[in-house]
Design a protein around this ligand. Structure first.
Ligand code: XMP
Length: 605
């Protein structure tokens, strides 16, 4: 059965994913499309949603998208920027005025199907600089907002043309603060577009199984199985589709895994009935020699991705597995974030999207049964397939593993940091905290672009909210900084020296120990499930003449990994981590990350 689909055009940022998630909850498949995609890629959808954007419609920003979408005879709705673009396209005017932030009351006019079952006043959520000031001939106003009794009215908060089946909301129905936003999205998707709600996990599973059987034919699949939730669920789907004889699993110890991880993963695979066709190779030597001398983060990712494939091909031929396809547990954001958008492309390359794999995909040699799903959907599918809870709720761990989290350096001094240091210090003074700009850089994401900038180390006592606020102020006011971390070591260190260091077994072992202490600590304090992910990173940094490795712990809350907020840890756990990690040989310091995403990413690299 073919499912009805909705295209969500991503004009920039995480809201597009939120819209897609809300549509999928209605059991209708939503797919992210890029504004510049050729018109052929919009065929077959039953409706199109234009997302918001940081760009200004009034200034004509983001103008070079594919306007041919307006000629398609399917319903279309825009939110915020998308709303303004629709208004403009059909002869209306957009001005840089009428800003609203946060809650507003929408007064609904008339009885358009888009507001079926709603009204007359709805609480909505606003965040905009531009406003629609007039409408083209086919459009009518469907709602305006006002804040409180007698508050200023903002016209054209909702507009539409039932004849053209075009609609626009200045507010964001996709955020939970728009109280009946889900109903508005349902009115569009199920009502106006007439989508059938058939996209259930059960239906998805049956469809994927069929698709896998068609693609694979009488060949077999060799799946790279890390033990993470994605590859484990992918293994189970492939096993159901092909039977155990035609599925081979390869677990590679790339030397970048956590402490004892490979042993545990192999045990678990056997327990879960995935033991048949399970192969293991310790390729630590291959990975470490390929990484020798490599410092730059993107280069590390490329080397790790390529080495996976080399090891994989070698093992396939050693085991006599021929004519096989490569199986991967790739999920939707991996595709979207790496290859799918022009902007995000520059942030980082996911290990399952390096060039050699892209080539294999083009040749039809890669099977990815989860490539349409978000993590939360993979977990739902995993539960349906009876995969044990502990596997489903493991913290995400990146394919390149500790290879990402172990920062390397050529030891060369970075330029003059005095300007950044002075700016950071003046904010530190406001919060009664000492500051130091560290002479290292890590990857972050700012306004959808990759950044490679310095962290600021804050030393001193303050409660958690104040620390996070100080970090936020630094991000707002100091350029050249993409992270702020809180010193857990003694005093306020002042002298830092970057040391030359690459990916060595000793350094990896040290990071493995520190990471193990953090993971065990979270479990001991019953926090493992409450925290979405908690990378531990290590950078080659001498502090006040001591040690050679600085450790950063990064507990975060997140939903879809597109954004993240730092999570606090209880003082007792911090004390234990101080005691344990600072006592490891060669450790120069320890800090807790206070950085949101953006401007940092979840991983340090
Ligand atoms: P960032 O660091 O981009 O990470 O904020 C977002 C999420 O993606 C995970 N991650 C990866 N997962 N292969 C993966 O399978 C990768 O190459 C990769 N890089 C980052 C990261 O752990 C976080 O959950």
């Amino acid at each position: 059965m073919k499912h009805d689909r909705i295209a969500v055009v991503d004009f920039g940022g995480q809201y597009a994913h939120l819209i897609a998630t809300k549509v999928r909850r209605l059991k209708v498949l939503a797919e992210i499309r890029q504004p510049e995609d050729p018109i052929g890629m919009f065929e077959g959808y039953r409706g199109i949603i234009l997302s918001g954007s940081p760009a200004l419609s009034s200034h004509g920003e983001e103008q070079d998208y594919n306007k041919a979408i307006y000629d398609l005879d399917v319903p279309m709705i825009g939110f915020c920027f998308g709303h303004q673009e629709i208004a403009k396209h059909y002869g209306g005017e957009v001005v840089n005025a009428g800003q609203e932030w946060g809650p507003a009351d929408l007064k609904i006019i008339g009885d358009s199907p888009i507001f079926d079952g709603l009204g007359p006043t709805e609480r909505v959520w606003m965040s905009h600089n531009d406003t629609v000031a007039s409408l083209g001939p086919d459009f009518v106003e469907l709602g305006y907002t006002a804040l409180g009794a007698g508050g200023r009215e903002h016209r054209f908060a909702a507009i539409g043309s039932d004849k053209l089946r075009r609609y626009g909301f200045q507010f964001h129905p996709e955020v939970d603060d728009t109280v009946h936003g889900d109903r508005m999205i349902a009115n569009f998707v199920l009502g106006i577009c007439g989508c059938r709600p058939s996209w259930t996990m059960d239906a998805y599973l049956r469809q994927q199984e069929e698709k896998v059987r068609r693609q694979v034919g009488d060949r077999s699949v060799f799946l790279l199985a890390s033990g993470g939730v994605d590859s484990t669920v992918a293994a189970r789907v492939l096993q159901r589709a092909l039977g155990p004889e035609r599925l081979h699993l390869l677990h590679v110890d790339n030397g970048l895994m956590r402490k004892d991880e490979s042993r545990k993963v192999l045990d678990l695979f056997r327990q879960w009935g995935l033991g048949e066709g399970l192969h293991f190779v310790d390729a630590t030597g291959d990975f470490l020699s390929a990484l020798e001398g490599v410092v730059e983060p993107e280069r590390k990712r490329a080397v790790i991705g390529a080495t996976f494939i080399e090891v994989f091909e070698r093992e396939a031929s050693r085991l006599g597995i021929e004519g096989h396809l490569l199986g991967q547990g790739t999920i939707y954001p991996d595709t979207i974030e790496t290859g799918g958008t022009k902007r995000a492309d520059t942030i980082k390359t996911h290990h399952n999207r390096v060039p050699v794999i892209e080539r294999m995909i083009a040749e039809g040699r890669v099977v990815e049964p989860l490539a349409d799903l978000y993590k939360v959907e993979v977990r739902e599918l995993g539960e349906m397939l009876g995969i044990p809870r502990e596997a489903i709720w493991r913290h995400p761990f990146p394919g390149p593993g500790l290879g990402v989290r172990l920062l390397c350096s050529d030891g060369e001094a970075v330029g003059d940091l005095s300007g950044i240091s002075a700016a950071a210090a003046s904010i530190g003074d406001r919060y009664d905290l000492d500051t130091a700009v560290l002479p290292i850089r890590s990857v972050g994401v700012k306004a959808d672009l990759r950044s490679y900038e310095h962290p600021v180390l804050l030393s001193g006592e303050a409660d958690w909210d104040r620390l996070v606020e100080a970090a936020g102020t630094i991000f707002k006011e100091v350029t050249g900084v993409n992270r702020a971390i809180w010193n857990l070591g003694p005093g306020s260190p002042t002298a830092f020296r970057t040391l030359a260091a690459t990916m060595t077994r000793d350094r990896l072992d040290l990071l493995r120990e520190a990471d193990h202490m953090v993971m065990e600590g979270l479990k001991r304090h019953g926090l493992y499930d409450a925290i979405w992910q908690c990378p531990t990173a290590m950078v080659p940094l001498e502090v006040d003449g001591h040690g050679r490795e600085f450790v950063i712990v990064r507990p975060i809350h997140s939903e879809r990994a597109m954004t993240a907020t730092p999570a606090s840890l209880p003082p007792a756990l911090l004390d234990e981590l101080r005691r344990e990690i600072l006592a490891l040989d060669g450790i120069s310091g320890l800090a807790l990350d206070l950085t949101t995403k953006p401007p940092g990413t979840i991983e340090w690299e």
